[in-house]
Design a protein around this ligand. Structure first.
Ligand code: ATP
Ligand code: MG
Length: 314
């Protein structure tokens, strides 16, 4: 089964999408992993980093985007037009083992979701538990979309929108790990702590249910670290990071500020494919190696924990 990784930060413009698509491309290209990128943001930046606008328009016309899958989940009673696998584009960027579940400019309509869930709650015999219907929908939405394909990949990497919307919360429930890209700036660090608090609260909500949440922090990645690297200001910020986070919570590899990384979008390919000799691309390859090491280490910890809790049940 695939490991599901959410790329997330409540703050916008910190390099989530760039990290998501380059990490995915590196894992496929340099480490022979089968990877699916899922674009959960209506800005469709991950989609347009991996396919041309013309190809995207075609997917949209054929209703082969995430929007269709969400709409089918909302209108649970109707015959689905597409299965998850029909919506996924494989061999994106002509890269073996790299696939994309394209996003959409509109993913869901709050009113439509609320009224469909209200109908579901009313239809349940004698029940009007709207809150229960909503939390059930939120818990299962992304899980149910990914479940039919998770055996086809080693990793499914989710590009979350900034903020903390329905799809982000549903992604957290579905994910094994999250990666937190951040700029080395004080506000960005405050944003990390805010998100961690939200995740802790979400986890608490599922604690005594049959569906405990299993998501763990894989690591914080500092991105777009420019000449800050040598400045006193950068050192002050990193000093604070050392105080606030354990060493294993932060990736040693940082992604430098490199215009080639940003320019790669014009080629509809991540920089690690379009221009692999640049400083940014090399940093992403190094990061992907560190990502795999951290994953192995944390999986060991998770297995130990679940072994201990099974032993406690004996
Ligand atoms: N290492 C880098 N060097 C130079 N530019 C970068 C780098 N990483 C990202 N960028 C640029 O910074 C901008 C923001 O990056 P990106 O879209 O990845 O952030 P984001 O957190 O996903 O944003 P949003 O919150 O809007 O989804 C983009 O224009 C991107 O091309
Ligand atoms: Mg983004």
């Amino acid at each position: 089964m695939a490991q599901i990784i959410a790329t997330t930060n409540m703050k916008g413009g910190v390099g989530k999408t760039t990290l998501c698509v380059n990490l995915a491309a590196c894992l496929a290209r340099n480490f022979n992993q089968r990877v699916l990128v899922v674009d959960l943001d209506t800005q469709i930046s991950a989609t347009l980093s991996l396919m041309s606008p013309q190809d995207f328009v075609k997917c949209r016309k054929e209703k082969r985007t995430l929007r269709q899958l969400i709409s089918q989940a909302v209108q649970a009673s109707e015959e689905p037009l597409h299965e998850t696998a029909d919506v996924i584009r494989s061999y994106v960027c002509q890269q073996k083992d790299l696939s994309l579940l394209p996003g959409d400019l509109d993913l869901y309509d709050d009113y439509m979701v609320s009224s469909a869930l209200h109908r579901t709650a009313m239809a349940a015999e004698g029940e009007t538990d709207f809150e229960g219907a909503w939390s059930n929908f939120e818990r299962t939405l992304i899980q149910n979309i990914l479940a039919p394909v998770d055996k086809d990949y080693d990793f499914i990497i989710l590009d979350c929108a900034p903020g903390y919307n329905l799809l982000t919360r549903s992604s957290f429930v579905a994910s094994d790990f999250y990666i937190l890209p951040a700029k080395p700036e004080p506000l960005s660090i405050a944003g990390i702590q805010l998100l961690q608090r939200r995740i802790a609260r979400l986890r608490q909500g599922y604690k005594d249910t049959p569906y405990p949440m299993d998501i763990e922090l894989l690591g914080i990645v500092f991105t777009m670290s420019g000449n800050l690297f040598t400045s006193r200001y950068y050192n002050q910020v990193m000093q604070r990071v050392k105080q606030d986070f354990a060493e294993h919570q932060v990736f040693k590899t940082q992604i430098p500020n490199d215009t080639q990384v940003a320019r790669a979008v014009d080629t509809f390919k991540p920089v690690v494919i379009s221009n692999p000799t640049t400083a940014g691309a090399k940093a992403f390859v190094k990061l992907a190696g560190e990502f795999l090491q951290k994953r192995d280490f944390l999986m060991g910890v998770k297995e130990q924990k679940s072994g201990m809790s099974l032993a406690a049940m004996d």
